[in-house]
Design a protein around this ligand. Structure first.
Ligand code: DC
Length: 235
């Protein structure tokens, strides 16, 4: 029997462009572990909110540095074929999906010592390969040697509309304009921060999903995955 090599699939791109949905679907289809690196920054953000480490919009860096090594961030199966995010043993999957946490996570992700810690954790999680990880710096900093790198884009308006529909379904009271402003603010922060700003890795494939259905995206990803495996096997 031929042994199929295991690889790392790195999916990076702007916020709310459906990275997690496609990464999750791909991981499920190919039997890989899915890791949502954004959830890790959100977990740190939630911790700061709960422990009063944010005062007048400023993060208490001294206390955060002290607490950070004590945080246990894990992904555990939720019985529905997916994983939930846990912080120190508590399931925080739902509470990290609010706009407020997204805002704090965006601030948190600009702090170099937080990034360093998260990148190390992510590298450990992907050590045995067979992983689909999504985020902003996966193909550039976390796994610069990932065998398959995808850079996902879609217009801010389309991303805001998708996110708005999702939040409305979850019963959140928010306007489309607020969501659009948040998307643009996060784009700005993600691309302009000093440490690991979001940019396409040179060897990443671009996937503009503005007008693609979820099924079409999955087909595209599966093709890219199979082609990568095929090329590795030929070597
Ligand atoms: O993908 P997300 O919206 O859940 O990410 C939350 C925040 O974390 C977002 O502002 C970008 C940041 N992030 C990052 O800087 N690097 C990553 N690898 C993943 C997320």
């Amino acid at each position: 029997m031929e042994i199929v090599p295991k690889i790392i699939v790195a999916i990076d791109g702007y916020s709310s462009c459906g990275k997690s949905t496609m990464a999750k679907a791909l991981a499920k289809t190919i039997g890989y572990l899915y890791i949502d690196s954004g959830a890790m920054y959100r977990a740190v953000g939630l911790f700061c909110m709960h422990h009063r480490l944010i005062i007048e919009n400023q993060i208490d860096l001294v206390r955060l540095k002290e607490f950070l090594p004590t945080l246990r961030i894990e992904f555990n199966p939720n019985g529905q074929g997916e994983s939930d995010t846990y912080l120190n043993g508590v399931n925080i999957e739902k509470s990290i999906r609010t706009l407020e946490v997204a805002h704090v996570a965006s601030q948190i992700s600009t702090i170099p010592f937080v990034r360093e810690t998260m990148v190390t954790l992510q590298q450990q999680m992907g050590f045995s390969k067979g992983v689909v990880m999504d985020g902003r710096d996966i193909g550039t900093d976390v796994f610069p040697k990932a065998e398959l790198k995808i850079f996902v884009t879609a217009s801010p308006e389309i991303r805001a509309e998708r996110r708005f529909q999702e939040m409305k379904t979850n019963g959140e009271s928010i306007t489309y304009e607020e969501v659009l402003a948040n998307v643009k603010e996060r784009d700005e922060r993600d691309t302009s921060r000093a440490t690991s700003p979001l940019h396409k890795a040179e060897d990443a494939l671009i996937l503009d999903n503005s007008y693609l259905s979820i099924e079409e995206q999955l087909t595209w990803l599966l093709n890219a995955f199979q082609e990568t495996i095929y090329k590795i096997q030929l070597k």
